[in-house]
Design a binder for this molecule. Structure first.
Ligand code: 13P
Length: 252
């Protein structure tokens, strides 16, 4: 059966010392009480090497929050997928709405990033989701399908095994407005049907689809209780060990 996953996305929070302290605390908490799901933390680039080393023998995997859409060369300030991989990180989050919106990442650029990430042995947490306006116009299905078609549906079935999808409605990110479990389930089931159209039902049934957007300990059990919601991609509530643990515990 497909994996249940709780992944944190620290975004641009925590300096190196704070990040190491949080990773250490999580490692200790989860060593004392093993999680019932896969646990991933997404950290800024500068944390990756230290945190990957720290979590080497733990049940927690490490993810970058971005990577470049070029292989290597004169791209000042960029970090390549190969560099991410060399830190010991296993995953990269791509397609986050904040990157699409504030850094003008296009489906074409994201396709390049996805290809480079996979070519360098990283797994990808690929984010999709509609804006409030698109939701009000009932365009959420078309938006999600187009985002998948634009950046990941060119992959082979073999490559697809390294893709995790995160559905993150933009109107729910950092707003305290969570999609209801029913709203989330409806679109997760739709996303799975899109995957089935391209890769077949068996592959779709093995694909983990995470929910993101104001997910916390109080709403995670209801969300994760839905058949097509396989876990969460967590922003704010991943910044404190106890809050993150409460979400991980939703799988117990
Ligand atoms: P919040 O959990 O803070 O709403 O953020 C969700 C998110 O964007 C995770 O990638």
């Amino acid at each position: 059966m497909r994996k249940h996953i709780v992944a944190g996305n620290w975004k641009m929070n925590k300096n190196l010392q704070e990040g190491v302290a949080l990773a250490t605390e999580l490692k200790e908490i989860l060593a004392a009480e093993a999680p019932n799901c896969d646990v991933i933390i997404g950290t800024p680039f500068i944390h990756l090497a230290t945190v990957s080393e720290l979590l080497k023998d733990s049940c927690i995997a490490v993810s970058a929050e971005n990577c470049a859409n070029h292989d290597k060369g004169a791209y000042t300030g960029e970090v390549s997928a190969e560099m991410v991989k060399s830190t010991g990180a296993e995953y990269v989050i791509l397609g986050h709405s904040e990157r699409r919106e504030y850094y003008a990442e296009t489906p074409e650029m994201l396709k390049e990033k996805v290809d480079l990430a996979l070519a360098n042995g990283l797994k990808v947490i690929f984010c999709i989701g509609e804006s409030l306006e698109q939701r009000e116009n009932n365009e959420q299905e078309a938006v999600c399908k187009a985002e998948l078609a634009g950046s990941v549906f060119h992959l082979s079935a073999e490559q697809w095994k390294n893709i995790v999808i995160a559905y993150e409605p933009i109107w729910a990110i950092g707003t305290g407005k969570t999609a209801t479990a029913e709203q989330a389930e409806e679109i997760h089931a739709f996303i799975r049907s899109c995957v089935a159209e391209v890769y077949g039902q068996e592959v779709a049934d093995e694909t983990s689809i995470l929910y993101g957007g104001s997910c916390k300990g109080s709403n995670a059990p209801e969300l994760f209780g839905k058949p097509d919601i396989d876990g969460g991609l967590i922003g704010g509530a991943s910044l404190k060990a106890a809050d993150f643990k409460a979400i991980i515990d939703a799988w117990k």
